[in-house]
Every structure is written in C-alpha cells, then in structure tokens.
Design a protein. Sequence first.
Length: 228
Amino acid sequence: MNIQKRLFEMQDIGYKEFQSKLVPTMDKEQIIGVRTPQLRAFAKELGKMQEAELFLHQLPHQYYEENNLHGMLIMSVKNYEECVEKVKEFLPYVDNWATCDLLRPTVFKRHLPELIGEVKNWLQSDKTYTVRFGIGMLLSYYLDDAFAPEYLDWAAQIRSEEYYVNMMTAWYFATALAKQYEKTLPYLKEQRLDVWTHNKTIQKAIESYRITPEQKEYLRGLKRKKQL
C-alpha cells in the first residue's frame, strides 16, 4: 500500500489552509489537508495490516498527516511495554503541538506507577515536544487518584524559552488548581514559576468553570508584573 498516495486521495485543500493556521510552526507544504475523522478511519484500517508495522519504522515522515497517523497507530497498541518503546522512538520526530497532544495512548492509564519514571525522563529532555508530551502526561493522568505533590515540583522546575512548553506548563498548573487547589496554590504565592507561565496559569484558571468565584478573585491578586 502506498500510504502517501492514500493520504493525498483524502486531501481537502480548504482544510489544509485551516490546519496550516493552527500549526504555524510548520511549513504549509508539509500539510496535506486530511480531516481527522478520515485519518482515524484510515488508521483503524491500516492497523489491521502488516504495512502498519513497516510504517512505524519509516521515520522521519515527510508530512504532518503521516506523523498524526503514526501517533494514532501507536495509540492502538495494547501492550504497555511495546507502546512505551514506540512512543520513545517517535517523540524525537514530533515537530508540532497538535501531533504531540494527539498522542495519548489508552494503555497508559492502566500502568501509571510504571509510566511515571518515563514521564520524569521526558520532562528532562532537550526536545521541545518531548517535554510538552511529558507535561501533558502529568496533566492527563496524574492530577486525580495518581497525584503526588512532587509532580508539581517537576513541572515547576522546567525553564524553557519555548512557547509550546510554557503554555503546556500553564495549562498543567491551571488544571492542577482546579483539581488540587490547596497543594498547587503555593507555587503561585511563592512565585515558583517564571513570570510568563505564572500569569498564564492565572489567566487559564480564571477562565475555568472549575475554579470558584472566590478563588478567581484571590488568583487575580497574585498576578505579577512583567520583568523589564
């Protein structure tokens, strides 16, 4: 099967224009323009074929949709150890926020004690989207029953010049305020985040319906002035 050919057969030029605005860090020529439901249906079809395993070893890919297809195939892997290895092979090639955030393997939910060590390693990576993926794992899986206060420390220690890392860190702390308010609040009161992430966290928390009006009013008072 010629996977690129199949993807181009699903091309929607109007959607390509729309998608290119959502992922401005990518060259428009790397985007084919395939709608997500079609791509998911193709991933489900491809996942039943031997070509799927070959495709997963054909890194790097040329197109945005190939990377998203790769991520969707990984998410269908049911064996935890195999899934982790495929994620680790793929992450260095992830080059945009949308592909990064798409990658949420369902098998991870059943192996949170084992996964947390991998998450810590991802947070220490020098690659933008590997770090973002690690923060996303903390946000998705470690703010409820699997929460531990030290995970807040891990995220707070991240210092990056990358917008897509800092934005995910802000989302993480804003969500943490919604789910673990008392444990998370000191990170803002003690100014343990960089100024931009600190203020963006407050902005996102204030926009959340899960934060009470009283909490929002208090958080507004914790905003910091930008450093000159």
